[in-house]
Write a protein that binds this ligand. Structure first.
Ligand SMILES: *Cc1c(COP(=O)(O)O)cnc(C)c1O
Length: 395
């Protein structure tokens, strides 16, 4: 039962999976534990982050956005400038390197909006892995361009026709595939979710965001704001600050923004930490959107990357301990922020990241002129242009 004790954040996390997967998780944990301390591995990871993904990403002072609020200085951590357009590539490079060390020849992944599928297909082309991406049939229709890109990169996209034909069902199918092909296959999970050791691995590979920020900022900023889907871009930027909360005397204040959807009252949202209850989904214990009988509810968000009824277990712990504050903004507020950042700064943000920008409306009036706010701009908005266009037409 020792394995069951590992991988918990308080009471959250764990390894709730079929026995057949346990050996692969143990193998992965062992590899991660040793390679995350290995000089050669870290050098190769950092080399690819720099020369392939385009790191370090800049910390940009948003002058006009700052002037708009007339309060604290606002900075943007530019993950939108990463290769493939978001932070997801950091994790995919790290996991591909682990898969290579484990001698795997084949990679599988699940994807909703296609962003994680795209990042996975990209590293598979980079390393020469066979690549199969599980994706709900509904999502395939919605995300035509990303499907085409994945195929262009040599991946096979497998349509899932069960359930709601979206991310949750694609994840279940990917797990099924892994059980059957565990010997030669590595499963790249795209966020800080899933059974141990995935939440730990993904936040480690994403922590490069936070460590760069620490270097770029001489002192810690007063506030860090990031959007929360599964929780990887936020864990990445919070990471070095959480471990040292005492050192910084609770500075910076950390704020995670969930998708409030059309309304928190009608159930049309993805506010997992705000309105969910703990339960088990996809291998770990964490806050979930579920009904009285424990049936998982469908999430909703204008941004596909936040549209998930679960959240990483470490976030559940950070919420209960009051280390991170979790707030929501609505679809409409995110859309307004999407236009606002485009017009004020010439940066078209991903709709996910627009949620973090939208929260400034509530945060800025409480700040002082000599304070600083960093927003993690997790991705760029090219992928969302069609969604936004449809919104204008149907208005
Ligand atoms: C996938 C995605 C997210 C949400 O995932 P996290 O794991 O919570 O970071 C946020 N922003 C962008 C641009 C994404 O592609």
């Amino acid at each position: 039962m020792k394995a069951k004790q590992k991988g918990y954040f308080g009471k959250y996390g764990g390894t709730f999976v079929p026995e057949t997967i346990m050996p692969a998780l143990e193998e992965l944990e062992k590899a991660f534990t040793s390679y995350s301390k290995d000089k050669k591995f870290k050098e190769e990871f950092n080399y690819l982050l720099q020369t392939y993904a385009g790191r370090p990403t800049p910390l940009y002072f948003a002058k006009r956005l700052t002037e708009h609020y007339g309060k604290a200085k606002i900075f943007l951590k530019r993950e939108d400038l990463c290769h493939t357009g978001a932070h997801k590539i950091n994790n995919c490079i790290g996991q591909a390197l682990l898969a290579k060390r484990l001698g795997k020849k084949r990679i599988i992944a699940e994807t909703g909006a296609g962003q994680h599928g795209l990042a996975t297909a990209t590293v598979c082309a980079l390393f020469g892995f066979d690549c199969e991406i599980y994706m709900g049939k509904v999502d395939i229709k919605r995300q035509e361009l990303n499907v085409f890109k994945m195929e262009l990169l040599g991946a096979k996209v497998i349509p899932i026709e069960s359930g709601s034909q979206t991310l949750k069902d694609a994840t279940s199918e990917a797990i099924r595939d892994w059980i059957t092909n565990i010997k030669n296959t590595h499963y790249i999970i795209g966020s800080t979710v899933g059974p141990h050791p995935y939440p730990q691995i993904v936040s480690y590979f994403q922590s490069v965001i936070g460590y760069e920020l620490k270097k770029q900022f001489k002192k810690a900023p007063d506030y860090i704001v990031a959007c929360v889907g599964g929780g990887s871009n936020s864990m990445g930027i919070f990471y070095p600050f959480i471990n040292r909360v005492g050192v910084y005397r609770n500075k910076p204040k950390l704020i995670g923004i969930e998708a409030g959807g059309t309304s928190l009252k009608n159930g049309h949202h993805a506010a997992t930490l705000t309105l969910g209850k703990p339960g088990i989904l996809h291998g770990s214990y964490s806050y979930l959107l579920q009904d009285k009988n424990g049936i998982i509810k469908e999430a909703h968000s204008i941004s596909a990357g936040l549209d998930y009824p679960g959240v990483g277990p470490q976030h559940s712990y950070l919420k209960d301990k009051n280390i991170v504050q979790y707030k929501t903004v609505s679809d409409k507020e995110a859309l307004t922020a999407f236009y606002q950042l485009s017009k004020l700064e010439g940066i078209i943000p991903a709709l996910e990241s627009a949620h973090a920008i939208a929260y400034l409306k509530y945060l800025m009036p409480k700040t002082k002129k000599n304070e600083t706010v960093v927003v993690n701009l997790s991705g760029r908005g090219d992928k969302d242009i069609n969604t936004v266009k449809r919104k204008i037409i149907t208005k």
